[in-house]
Design a protein around this ligand. Structure first.
Ligand code: CP
Length: 331
């Protein structure tokens, strides 16, 4: 199997088998992390350009490490000191990078749809690293990978996604990915932070509740979203204290979920607002596992996209990492 897509723009348009394939491909890449030498050669000679128009800690460093561990060259454009500040358009910036023969553009942008626009105008593979409140597909994939790693399945799980759904691209990618792989999703938060269309946009496997007890009752995963204060144009709840009282995940609220319920958060966290430290750092938290898995998943994405344009990945991932028996192409 190979990916049919030149770009990764979201999970909405991917088939469940394609999502499954990407998760499966990430497994041998994760096994590399226990080795003293974590670098493999499949993207040697390729260049990955990082184009981040919004701040990032995890996604940017994770993509940089993923590209480096695949032996690609990494070009990180500092947007704040680039000609973007002189009014250069996104497309002109990208075409100039392409003129320097880059192979991938990893784009984070505040405008929903910016990666799709870019993908239509350049030959390079475009990877969406988060666009507005639309999608953050590699975050969705790394979350799926983490859930499957811990729970050994996704089908049939009850996943509560809690908080600022309105502004969250992470929520949208997770909802697409989880429901395509057979999980049930409960969205929970204040009514002002859950758009009305959420009840219908994703089909029958998504429920909406404004009550944390209902959301967490029997939940296998409690996925807490960051309260995106910087994107709020108006006051959507009375105060941070009240938000925390009703929707902040603390030990008491977590006790309403299954005993082995996973606690997840995409980062960065507002401790004491949407999540308490006792829970974020507690035994059920897999928040740092999400970060580790992000590198493996992004390695898989870059690797598979490179193969998609050349007909097939240069080698099977298992051959490259040597962590499974070799088969198929070796060249
Ligand atoms: N999860 C996530 O997108 O984090 P960053 O904003 O730090 O990349």
């Amino acid at each position: 199997m190979k990916l049919k897509h030149k770009d990764l723009l979201g999970l909405a348009h991917l088939a469940p088998e394609e999502i499954d394939f990407m998760l499966h491909t990430a497994v041998p890449f994760k096994k590399l992390f226990t080795r003293s030498i974590k670098k493999v050669p499949p993207l040697r000679g390729k260049t990955v350009a990082m184009l981040f128009y919004e701040p990032s800690t995890r996604t940017r460093t994770s993509f940089e490490l993923a590209a480096a561990r695949l032996s690609a060259d990494v070009l990180s454009l500092a947007v704040s000191s680039s000609s973007v500040q002189k009014g250069e358009t996104l497309m002109d910036t990208a075409r100039n990078l392409e003129a320097m023969k880059i192979d991938f553009i990893v784009l984070r942008h505040s405008v929903s749809g910016a990666p799709e626009l870019l993908a239509r105008g350049v030959r390079a593979h475009v990877v969406n690293a988060g666009d507005g409140n639309h999608e953050h597909p590699t975050q969705g994939l790394l979350d799926l990978f983490t859930i499957r790693e811990k729970k050994k399945k996704i089908q049939g799980l009850q996943v509560a996604i809690i908080g600022d759904i309105l502004h969250s691209r992470v929520a949208r990618s997770n909802i697409w990915g989880l429901t395509k792989l057979g999980a049930r999703v409960r969205l929970c938060g204040p009514a002002t932070l859950i758009p009305a269309e959420m009840k219908t946009a994703f089909g029958n496997n998504v429920d909406v509740t404004y009550n944390m007890k209902d959301a967490l009752d029997g939940a296998d995963v409690a996925y807490v979203l960051r309260l995106q204060l910087e994107r709020q144009q108006e006051n959507l709840f009375p105060s941070l204290r009240e938000y925390h009282d009703f929707y902040g995940l603390d030990a008491k609220k977590l006790s309403w979920a299954k005993k082995d319920c996973l606690v997840m958060h995409p980062g960065p966290m507002n401790r004491g607002v949407e999540i308490d430290s006792s829970v974020a750092d507690g035994p059920q938290s897999v928040i740092l596992d999400q970060v580790t898995n992000g590198i493996a998943v992004r390695m898989a994405v870059l690797y598979l996209l490179a193969g998609s344009s050349e007909g097939a990945p240069p080698r099977a991932a298992r051959n490259i990492t040597g962590s499974e028996s070799s088969s198929g192409r070796t060249g």
